[in-house]
Design a binder for this molecule. Sequence first.
Ligand SMILES: [Fe+2]
Ligand SMILES: [Fe+2]
Length: 121
Amino acid sequence: MRKTSDILWQDAQHQVLFDILDQIKQPDADVTVLLRLKEYTESHFALEELYMARLNYPDLAEHVEAHQRFRGEILELLERGEEFDEVYRQLTATFLTEWLKRHVFGTDKKLEAFLLASGTH
Ligand SMILES: [Fe+2]
Ligand SMILES: [Fe+2]
């Protein structure tokens, strides 16, 4: 994935998330890769949410709501783990990748600008 942010930790974490989503598309992927996605997503979202809370980010509620939707999607996928076959995997990875791209280049860009302007990142 191309650079997503001028904030090092934010970009590095986004790159890992996109890598994990690529791994889901691999033929040997199993449900453990979804668990990794869940864990890594959680730590990334938690860090963004911590910054937003600490700095009284004005769009905090809206941003957290977007994160909640993604958390929900992943939980739903994990619940359907037994259907983790080739077709399902491809659809899942494509859907999540598109969602993440929109989030990273939309909602997260606003947060990036705010953090850069605040000088705290
Ligand atoms: Fe993000
Ligand atoms: Fe975010």
